[in-house]
Design a protein around this ligand. Structure first.
Ligand code: IPM
Ligand code: MG
Length: 355
């Protein structure tokens, strides 16, 4: 198959982690006889430097016209003082909205090889950590009006029933394919938008009688994720709650550097990115963990290109690499063999076997 992939290297560690993912994809293409064509897209701080805009329209169009987008990370201290509407992150938000990818899927799954890297007690980890956060990605407070007038700053949080309904359906469908437990997370004791959220989820539940729906307030959820993560199968939540809870959930699996994500909307053209940031402090030092990006590329193969075998080939290679005891600095523990970003990619490529 021939697929056109828009590639956003971005800032900080973005270029180095994306390079490793592309090398992995190159080997997978060779093994399975596919052709992946790449189009480079400038987004984030590098686009501000080049065009004075974190995502110019012509760069967005390259993404919209691709079969899918692979993204490293954007942002860095260098652009901290630019106005809010021009920040590197604004490019990412514009990309998500421009592609219409309203559904963000962030798995929190512990690799058995990394159980020691979790900050949780062994007795909790041993109960299993394997859930997915389905995060609404193009609505809520991220996309409401933002303004500062004198000494007053305002950010508006809005959700419509239809926005809640479409992400709710993804939550139910995701749970249906797993253990059929969906936890809807909101703050309905305070927010109107959360009360609407809860109402819509319960209305949808009637169409999914095979899925068990529960409600949880977001502050309680933050606590339950560290107290008893084994209780969760699928969590569905709004944009900002999902942002916060997915960082927390990633940490209990050992490292944010390991977690991929997929974002999809009405078409198969998706956005695939690790959930971590651009880590400017370690950029260019060959110490970053490229696995979050490599696994994001695997998700792209599975969800956008209908290549499940190819995706599994990548996941198995990552598992074999971990089995062999190799660790980048973020997941290093006693007895591990320390490797850099480049070598991590190299070793994963050596473990790629056609399934
Ligand atoms: C994420 C990131 C982004 C977000 C930032 C970089 C805008 O934290 O993907 O989780 O808040 O969505
Ligand atoms: Mg985040």
């Amino acid at each position: 198959m021939v697929k056109n992939i828009a590639v956003i290297r971005g800032d900080g560690i973005g270029p180095e982690i994306v390079n490793e993912a592309l090398r992995v994809l190159g080997k997978v293409a060779e093994l399975y006889g596919h052709t992946f064509k790449y189009t480079d897209v400038d987004m984030g701080g590098c686009a501000i430097d080049k065009y004075g805009d974190p995502l110019p329209e012509h760069e967005l169009q390259k993404c919209v016209n691709s079969d899918s987008v692979l993204l490293g990370a954007v942002g860095g201290n260098k652009w901290n003082d630019v106005p809010g509407t021009l920040r590197p992150e604004k490019g990412l938000l514009r990309l998500r909205a421009g592609m219409g990818v309203y559904s963000n899927n962030r798995p929190a799954k512990i690799w058995p090889q990394l159980a020691d890297a979790s900050p949780l007690k062994k007795s909790i980890v041993d109960q299993g950590i394997d859930f997915i956060i389905v995060r609404e990605l193009i609505g809520g407070i991220y996309f409401g009006e933002h303004k500062t007038e004198g000494d007053v700053a305002t950010d508006v949080l809005t959700y419509s029933e239809s926005e809640i309904e479409r992400i709710g359906m993804i939550g139910f469908e995701t749970a249906r394919k797993r253990n059929k437990k969906l936890c809807s997370v909101e703050k309905s004791n305070v927010l109107d938008s959360s009360r609407l959220w809860k109402k819509v989820m319960h209305r949808l539940a009637e169409e999914y009688p095979d899925v068990e729906l529960s409600d949880m307030l977001v502050d309680n959820c933050a606590m339950q994720i560290v107290k008893n993560p084994a209780q969760f199968d699928v969590i569905v939540t709004e944009n900002m709650f999902g942002d916060i809870l997915s960082d927390e959930a990633s940490m209990i699996t050992g490292s944010i550097g390991m977690i991929p994500s997929s974002s999809l909307g009405a078409t198969t053209c998706g956005l695939y990115e690790p959930i971590h940031g651009s880590a400017p402090d370690i950029a260019g030092k060959d110490v970053a963990n490229p696995i979050g990006t490599i696994l994001s590329a695997a998700m792209m193969l599975r969800f956008s290109f209908d290549m499940p075998k190819e995706a599994e080939t990548i996941e198995n290679a990552v598992s074999a690499y971990l089995d062999a005891g190799y660790r980048t600095a973020d997941i290093m523990s006693e007895g591990g063999k320390l490797v850099g970003c480049r070598q991590c990619g190299e070793l994963i490529i050596e473990n790629l076997r056609k399934g």
